[in-house]
Design a protein around this ligand. Structure first.
Ligand SMILES: Nc1ncnc2c1ncn2[C@@H]1O[C@H](COP(=O)(O)OP(=O)(O)O)[C@@H](O)[C@H]1O
Ligand SMILES: CC(C)(COP(=O)(O)O)[C@@H](O)C(=O)NCCC(=O)O
Ligand SMILES: [K+]
Length: 259
């Protein structure tokens, strides 16, 4: 079985792929101090809980946090007796290399989203990923990442408000009943919810204007479905897009004889 690991700045997600479907998806916070042994205790306990035997033979990982890669490599070596394919490293091939300024290190999560979205949809695409940052990845019809936009993440914006203003509490993002808030929490939720609706719509419109070809917009990340309730922003919402992209890149490297 293939273990797919998507390590973001906030959360690390493990998903087990049996060649046909994902058997389970497990989430833990991203902490660079976490050791290989700690990962394994957590993983094995949850696999036992889901009654899935731990029979990992291959691993692919993408990490936006370089420091966690070492311990995840040790995890694979020590407990699964395999060498992980690490997206963004030279020995991991991509179906299409990104077309960006020379020397630019594109976030591996964005390369993975690109591969996943192109495999599922083809054509020219915008992938909007609501993670720690809200990213927009422009995918050309040949499957190459050709650039995008990085905006502050939804929860990051709410946290920044709370930290910078003494009278503003910590609030969770949700869709407010009305735009005009009649209490502090409702005002903050409105600002963030409707603000991000405007941000996503505005950036997609401007990307379309600049790109000059019809594009479809795919939303992903835990908050995509919430924002799709506010306006018609996306042609599709796919929570498993990053995991799908990891299986696509893994298969591509197999087909090329790299692994
Ligand atoms: N379904 C959800 N509902 C509410 N908040 C969510 C949901 N999924 C993720 N989040 C929040 O969105 C932020 C980004 O999460 P995540 O997508 O895991 O980011 P990253 O990939 O950067 O680690 C985090 O603050 C997380 O708590
Ligand atoms: C933009 C990001 C911080 C998003 O990370 P995430 O929200 O998934 O944790 C990550 O893709 C990154 O570190 N990118 C490097 C710069 C770039 O993609 O151009
Ligand atoms: K992400």
């Amino acid at each position: 079985m293939l273990l797919c690991i998507d390590c973001g700045n906030t959360n690390t997600v493990f998903s087990v792929w049996d060649g046909t479907r994902f058997l389970c998806t497990l989430r833990t916070s991203t902490e660079h101090q976490r050791t290989a042994d700690q990962y394994f205790v957590w993983f094995a306990a949850l696999m036992a809980h889901h009654k899935i035997p731990v029979e990992i033979t291959e691993c692919i990982l993408s990490s936006t946090v370089p420091r966690v890669v070492f311990n995840l490599r040790v995890l694979c070596d020590r407990y699964f007796d395999c060498r992980p394919l690490v997206v963004g490293k030279p020995d991991c091939l991509l179906p299409r290399p990104p077309r960006v300024d020379q020397g630019t290190q594109v976030g591996p999560d964005r390369l993975v989203n690109t591969a996943g979205a192109h495999d599922r949809h083809g054509g020219d695409l915008i992938v909007v990923d609501f993670g720690t940052a809200t990213t927009f990845d422009v995918v050309a019809h040949d499957g190459a990442y050709v650039g995008g936009v990085i905006a502050p993440g939804v929860n990051l914006s709410l946290e920044a408000l709370h930290h910078a203003a003494a009278a503003l509490p910590h609030v969770d993002v949700s869709k407010p009943q009305q735009v005009i808030g009649t209490n502090t929490v409702a005002c903050m939720q409105s600002g963030v919810f409707w603000g991000y609706i405007g941000l996503v719509r505005g950036i997609c419109d401007r990307i379309r204007g600049e790109y000059d070809r019809p594009m479809r917009v795919i939303g992903t990340g835990g908050l995509a479905s919430l924002f799709s309730q506010g306006d018609v922003l996306f042609d599709g919402v796919e929570d498993d897009l990053t995991m799908h992209g990891l299986t696509v890149i893994h298969q591509y490297n197999k087909d090329q004889g790299v692994i």
